[in-house]
Each structure stands twice: as C-alpha cells, then as structure tokens.
Ligand binder design. Sequence first.
Ligand SMILES: Cc1cc2nc3c(=O)[nH]c(=O)nc-3n(C[C@H](O)[C@H](O)[C@H](O)COP(=O)(O)OP(=O)(O)OC[C@H]3O[C@@H](n4cnc5c(N)ncnc54)[C@H](O)[C@@H]3O)c2cc1C
Length: 400
Amino acid sequence: MDLSFSEADQQFREEVRDFLDAHLTEDLRRAAQRTTTVFADKDVAMRWQQILVEKGWAVPQWPVEYGGTGWTITQKFIFSEECAKAGAPGLIPLGLRMLAPVLFRYGTDEQKSYYLPRMLAGEDYWCQGYSEPGAGSDLSSLRCRAVKDGDDYIVNGTKIWTTHAQFADHIFCLVRTDDTVKPQAGITFLLIDMATPGVKVEPIITMANDHEVNQVFFDDVRVPQANRVGPENEGWTAAKYLLEFERGGGSAAAGLKVAAANLRKTATEQLVDGEPLITQPGFARRLNAIDIRVASLEFTEKAGLARLAAGGSPGPESSLMKNTSVELQQAVAELMLEAANYYAMPHANKISMNAYNDPWVGPEFAETVTPRYLNSRAASVFGGSKEVQKNIVAKVVLGL
Ligand SMILES: Cc1cc2nc3c(=O)[nH]c(=O)nc-3n(C[C@H](O)[C@H](O)[C@H](O)COP(=O)(O)OP(=O)(O)OC[C@H]3O[C@@H](n4cnc5c(N)ncnc54)[C@H](O)[C@@H]3O)c2cc1C
C-alpha cells in the first residue's frame, strides 16, 4: 500500500480544489451543512451527482468502462478528503455504492448495461429491501415470498425500515423462493420497479421527527425473472457481498476528520465561565481521543481501499470500520450537544428548520446539534447492529 503524496498527487489535489471552488455552489454547501439525517436530501444529492457526472468524477470506484475514473487509491482518498473539507453533500450510496458492486460481480450483461447508466444519470433512484418485521439481525429468516408464474415471479410480503423508499422508483429485494432448505439457501435477489401495481409505501417517522424510513408492502407484485440477480436461491451470497460495501468500503474518516475539526473550533469559541470550553480537561480529553481514533480509522480505510484496488472486496473488516465510524459519529454528536449547552434545547427537525423565519436562538451551529444527535443513535442499528458487527469481528476477523 503506497500512500505517499507525490508531486502529481499534489497537483491532483489542486485540480480537485479548483473544481470544488468552481462547482460546489453555496446553496449545495449550505444544504449539506444543514443535513441532519443519514443521507442528504434527494434533490441536493442528485444535483451534486449531476455536476460530478458531467465532470466524470461521480463514481471513482466503478470500472472505467462504466464511468469510473481509474484513479489510484491515493487519488480516491484525496478526492474524498477534499470533498469533505469543502463541505460537499454525500451522494446517496444505495445504488452507486451498494447495488452497483453487486451488479458488476453478479449481474447479467443486460442488467449492467441497462441499470448502471440509468443509476449514474439519476434516472433510477434505488432503495434497499432487506429487513422485515422479524428479520433484521437474523436476516436469513426473511419471509417476503416470490413464487414463479410463467416468465415472472409473484411477490408478496413486506419490507421495513426502507430508507428513502418514499423517493425511490426501484428497490433491490431479498425474497424467499424456497422454504424447504436451510434459510440462507432459499433466498433470491430481485430488482423491482416500484411503479409495478401492488407496491405500497408507508412512512415511519423517527424520534428525531424525520421521515427517512418506510415500510414497503408487496401485494401480488409481478416481477420479470429477468430482474433476478444471480441464480435462484443463491441470493444470499450477493446479499452478503452488498453488506460489505454498506458497512465499509467508503471513506467515513474524511468526513469525521472535518466534523472533529469543526467541533474543536466550536469548543475554542464557546465560553464556559469566561474560559473556552476546550480548556476543560474532561472535554479536551474526549476530543483528543476522537482525533486519535479517527486517524486509526483512516488507516484501516486506506488498507480497505488498497484491497479493493487489488480486486478484492472490503471484507469482514468492514464490520470493524462500521462500528468505529458509528461510535465516532456519535461521540462527535454528543460533544456538539455539550458545546451547545442549553441552546440545544430548541430542537427543530430540518423540515421545521427550513420553515422557520425568526432568528435562531443562540449560536448558528446549535441549530443542527439536537436532530443530528438524535439521528446518530440509529447508526448503532442500521446496516447491521453494533452487537452483530462485533459477532462478525469476533468470528471472522479474530477467529474466536
Ligand atoms: C434508520 C434506519 C435505516 C434503515 N434502513 C434500512 C434500509 O434502507 N433497508 C433495510 O433493509 N433495512 C434498513 N434498516 C434496518 C436495519 O438493518 C435493522 O434495523 C437491523 O439490521 C437490526 O434489525 P432489527 O431492527 O430487526 O433488530 P433485531 O435484529 O431484532 O435486534 C434487536 C437487538 O438485539 C440485538 N441482537 C440481535 N441478534 C443478536 C445477536 N446474535 N447477538 C447479539 N445481539 C443481537 C441487536 O444488536 C439489537 O440491539 C434500517 C434501520 C434503521 C434504524
């Protein structure tokens, strides 16, 4: 793994900075800054995706023939770092970073040439239909059923906690196609057009007052067999492969570094009894611990990027990265809440925040701290709970 910055890399960094200066508009930056949910709003993310697509930089991780950049690991890292520093919105990973790797590995040529360009152009917006009531950590017990009928499957059942299903026009789904074998052996991976009759989406409002997740119902939904990814009853392999990308394979450290630096700046400006908050040993100690853990996460992610560049997958280490980045995100959110002190009390979610005309009570940074803190709690659960990730690390990484 060679991660030193050559002169060419420094030039590349300048090129990325120039591009961001010219194309990352103030309203996109501001919208990203006010994002308090897991993903940026659809319209914000898609506007930024479009700008990156025009530049050819939207999907550095994809093969070049499909729109990837062919960058070195170092260049990919520099790009993520500069985007985070500039405050760019994150792209929605559901299609670009989660389904796409599955299509590259398990999709047919027809599926690749149809879905990937549409995903990149923003014509299709995907959501993830894995979890069900009663099948979350124990995902292989899922019961949403697909039965063959001519050239189609007929799908019946439900999916829950489906992020952005209210915006999505497509859902990738795990369905049960055989219940006479062990649970993992009877699962199939399907791509479903949500405009098909029988698909219904109902909102779930979270404790942070956000509408981010949903329940999706399938009532005799007809899905062509051509929309199956991989062989029937072998969807579990593709499902697990996708989870590696969901949990790791990205660059959370770049964003966390910026968040920790913002926190340090805030704690230097906020006064407690006339002294900057950062001078309080208890606060400073926790912030320093965050910085150290972010640095170690960054190295783990770089090693992961090197594995990807060598043709490998993120691997079970992605569980380690997921837990670490979640703990750090939550630790930053918690200290931000402390920094805001009683100004964190007037909690508004982003919908009411955008409709709010009066001047904000207290410092500007305080307006997002409570919704962000509340939303960050869900990170212990989505993408596979913290305890389940620990089980994977214990078993597969440590061999316990
Ligand atoms: C905000 C949010 C967004 C989400 N988005 C999506 C999405 O887009 N698509 C999708 O398919 N799913 C999504 N999910 C669902 C998510 O993947 C599940 O919530 C998660 O896998 C946990 O499943 P569960 O909720 O059924 O909890 P359970 O599996 O019932 O777990 C309950 C508790 O028991 C613990 N537990 C369970 N099994 C074990 C074990 N073997 N050892 C130790 N502890 C254990 C868990 O850690 C947890 O604390 C989302 C969830 C949230 C909160």
